[in-house]
Design a protein around this ligand. Structure first.
Ligand SMILES: Nc1ncnc2c1ncn2[C@@H]1O[C@H](COP(=O)(O)OP(=O)(O)OP(=O)(O)O)[C@@H](O)[C@H]1O
Ligand SMILES: [Mg+2]
Length: 620
């Protein structure tokens, strides 16, 4: 009988065969997780121009490192110039010989000089690598036996617990601050239930706001059934707490023990913060880790709670800056969706942030340069659940789920296309219509950008076809274009003061980099490899949908012509935004502000490219 290693040898990808080797042939999960992370890191770091890949022959590439080590691999070059690497093909070549690359940490050590990593940065990167691999192993085990068709049918909340995570951030589940115990107890991939700790906090010391549709009792009732409500009321009575003076504040149990108890001790000692205890419903972490879905009642409001854990580039606390305007801003975006003909006709919706509380730290707030994480320790946002927004026959699906593959490399998106009965091109056209156009319209007509990565977008599907999109995450991920946009005059003042303003060319990247580079780049490559839909066709379809929209919008509002030239998605070159290089350059020291990305050399824009080809072929 052949050993598993012999299988690997006979299936190693050759020049003639650059198809992905079925993943089940990989020796074991540890090797698989490591080779996948190495391949992803090579691909992203070459894309970000931190490393340079040389072509050896057709479909085979090599990265030669200053350490003398070489990495060789098979890859397809995507239309973005990104190398879509077959993880099973990556080899580490040293003077000692050639071996499968199954040690991601070793890869970072090998590449340390080329990546200009300071030793402290490399050390912390290795910490994040080990944590990411632990989560990747758990995910491989959790998905075992679940094929893409099954994954595609799972409820949104469950599927989120099975997702690989950020496709672009190389060590995407680094979660510095957490160890194995926290991973098992609170990591998304563990699928374990979390029960918040409830506090009562003095209202006059908190920054808070809520939509007129909700009072604090109703917000509490979203987490507590009748029995638990009675128990909480009895506890409050015994402690002399009334909801006139105090506000109810849920806290993630880890945050309570690790940060709040000591860091807010002065407020606890004075009775400004009162511990009530664990109460009510259990929650399931979403893929963002800090936002939780109610397990008992999936239509109930989600809770977004601070977790002072460093994950994919920043600490995941909750800043106070947006707390005052959150509900009003949500209402305003919802109003645009309902009244703007372009968005209303596409059914665009919002998962509204209906209430929020932030408790500023009494001492850190006085230190202007204090690390930002200390100003984001305690707070909550209550947000609508996508489930509550589904009509009969509809269900919600985080857009990030589309990219998830099963053990055999088959994706959820391909499974959905298959079961929809639509031709892939029709299915995609529908996706672009319902997702890209509303985001682009929001940008051009109102000068409002939303960082449109696939974790901020929820798809509402019916019979496996995308019917509409729900937008979320407006605290920090929603920004305004500088300049005069009379269409957004109705923006609430509180939001106008809190939201960041950026030049149009920067804000365009909330869609271009946030969505095209960070979501569509992977989607188009996956579909080309999996169902032989050429990437050029993918972007031709997208360009077509965008051009149709532009034509229609120009007819409706002639002023849009100028807006489209400000927010130009069809420029030949676009800025190459590099999120991994920031982390590697900046290191892991505490900072006052969250890190901002750096730029590489310009990217050739696939949308320009496909239109250019149409011109060349006389199609336009
Ligand atoms: N496909 C994905 N794209 C982007 N981020 C992802 C993805 N999968 C997982 N993530 C994780 O989700 C988080 C996204 O950050 P972001 O600030 O948008 O969300 P959040 O504010 O934490 O949560 P929410 O969107 O619920 O408000 C990060 O922690 C990131 O690592
Ligand atoms: Mg988000």
């Amino acid at each position: 009988m052949r050993s598993s290693r012999a299988w690997l040898e006979v299936t190693t990808v050759t020049e003639a065969d650059t198809k992905l080797v079925p993943a089940r042939l990989v020796e074991n999960d540890w090797d698989r997780a490591n080779s996948a992370l190495t391949a992803k890191s090579l691909g992203e770091l070459c894309y970000e121009q931190a490393l340079l890949a040389k072509r050896q022959r057709r479909g085979r590439y090599c990265v030669v490192l200053s350490s003398g080590v070489r990495y060789e691999f098979s890859a397809r070059v995507s239309i973005w110039g990104w190398l879509d690497i077959d993880y099973n093909s990556v080899e580490r070549v040293t003077v000692g010989g050639r071996r499968r690359a199954v040690d991601a940490a070793q890869f970072f050590i090998d590449a340390g000089e080329d990546l200009e990593l300071r030793p402290a940065t490399l050390g912390n990167l290795l910490h994040e690598t080990a944590n990411t691999l632990a989560a990747d192993m758990a995910l491989l085990a959790a998905r075992r036996g679940l094929d893409a068709d099954t994954l595609a049918q799972l409820p949104d909340e469950q599927l989120q617990c099975l997702l690989d995570g950020h496709p672009k951030a190389i060590v995407n589940k680094g979660r510095i601050g957490w160890g194995a115990w926290e991973y098992a107890r609170y990591g998304t991939e563990s699928g374990a239930a979390v029960r918040p700790v409830w506090l009562a906090v003095k209202a006059r010391l908190a920054v808070h706001s809520r939509s007129g549709d909700w009072n604090w009792q109703e917000l509490l009732a979203q987490s507590l059934d009748d029995g638990e409500s009675e128990r909480l009321t009895a506890t409050c009575l015994s402690l002399g707490i009334s909801w006139g003076e105090y506000l109810p504040l849920p806290v993630h149990p880890w945050q309570w023990h690790r940060y709040v108890r000591h860091q807010y001790a002065a407020m606890i000692a004075r009775g400004d913060i009162r511990l009530l205890g664990e109460f009510g419903d259990e929650y399931l972490p979403q893929v963002s880790l800090r936002t939780l879905s109610n397990l008992q009642r999936p239509s109930a409001l989600h809770l977004k709670l601070p977790l002072t854990v460093l994950n994919t580039s920043c600490y995941r606390g909750i800043p106070g800056r947006y707390m005052e305007c959150g509900p009003a801003l949500s209402e305003w975006v919802q109003g645009l969706c309902e009244h703007d003909p372009q968005m209303a006709s596409r059914g665009t919706g919002v998962m509204r942030e209906v209430a929020g509380i932030h408790l500023p730290h009494p001492h850190h707030e006085q230190v202007m340069g204090t690390p930002y994480r200390y100003r984001e320790l305690l707070g909550v946002t209550w947000r609508e659940s996508a489930r509550a927004k589904c009509a009969a026959g509809e269900r919600s699906l985080l857009m990030a789920s589309l990219l998830q593959c099963d053990e055999d490399g088959r994706s959820v998106v391909a499974a959905l296309i298959d079961s929809s009965g639509l031709e892939a091109r029709q299915w995609l056209q529908q996706l672009f219509e319902k997702v890209v156009i509303p985001l682009y319209h929001l940008l051009c007509r109102y000068g409002v950008g939303l960082v449109a990565h696939a974790q901020n977008l929820t798809l509402i599907v019916n019979d496996a076809v995308v019917k509409r999109v729900l937008l979320k995450d407006f605290q920090g991920d929603l920004r305004l274009a500088e300049g005069n946009f009379p269409e957004r005059d109705s923006l609430p003042d509180s939001a106008g003061r809190a939201l960041a303003r950026l030049p149009a060319t920067h804000l365009l990247h909330d869609l271009y980099t946030g969505h095209f580079v960070t979501v569509l780049r992977y989607l188009s490559a996956q579909l080309e490899q999996e169902i032989a839909l050429p990437e050029r066709d993918f972007y031709r379809l997208l360009a077509g949908v965008l051009r149709n929209y532009q034509e229609e919008a120009r007819r409706q509002w002639p002023g849009m012509r100028e807006r489209f030239s400000h927010f130009d998605l069809f420029r030949p070159d676009m800025e190459r935004v590099c999120i991994n290089r920031v982390r590697l350059q900046q290191g892991y020291d505490d900072t006052h502000e969250r890190p901002v990305p750096v730029l590489g050399t310009p990217l050739q824009n696939p949308l320009w490219l496909v239109e250019q080809e149409n011109v060349d072929h006389g199609l336009q």
